[in-house]
Write a protein that binds this ligand. Sequence first.
Ligand SMILES: Cc1cc2nc3c(=O)[nH]c(=O)nc-3n(C[C@H](O)[C@H](O)[C@H](O)COP(=O)(O)O)c2cc1C
Length: 205
Amino acid sequence: MTLLQLNTSLFSSAGQSSQLADRFVAGMKAAHPDVHVVVRDLAREPIPHLTAERFQAFLAEPEARSIEQQAVVEASDALIAELQAADVIVIGLPMYNFGVPSQLKAYFDHVARAGSTFRYTEDGPVGLLTGKKAYVFATRGGLYAGTPRDSETAYVRQFLAFLGITDVEFVYAEGLAISDASRQAALAKAANAIARLTGEQRLAA
Ligand SMILES: Cc1cc2nc3c(=O)[nH]c(=O)nc-3n(C[C@H](O)[C@H](O)[C@H](O)COP(=O)(O)O)c2cc1C
């Protein structure tokens, strides 16, 4: 089994979302000692913003690509190959200014490629990354989950489903900025949810 961990916090592995993701991955390693873990840290190795030039590189015919376009396509291809190889995808997901980190948006913009990760059909787009399971560890200063103000969850679910990843589980740690007590309670609740999820993995192994 291959597990891809995407850390999207500004604070890399020190981010609270990355730490929850780490805790889950440690539990997965205990349940599946042979799991191959790949960590991609989008703060340490940022993906550039998508620009018209970069998007045109995706559209150019392979034989017509400039050297610059070829480099853009190869970098995107490498991200897609890493995603394709993963059976399990773990995302540490902070909320920044009511949405996903721009680092994650830039990553999404470079893995959504027609013909590679989705294709258009007469019935609409079809995701090509099927058979995967995703776990998302969402951390927020305030409280949003289950309310219409949580556009982040809907967006991430919709994007992953567009690529064919429909089996997605969210664990939230919310209210981290409200008070010490609220923070501690939220982290304890998230730790319990992680223990339950990794316990299920142990039973299934
Ligand atoms: C730049 C920035 C913007 C933030 N915006 C929000 C926000 O819109 N809503 C919220 O509830 N918390 C917000 N927070 C708090 C973070 O969601 C919270 O600290 C979270 O735990 C960060 O996760 P991380 O440590 O993995 O980066 C923001 C934090 C930062 C640094």
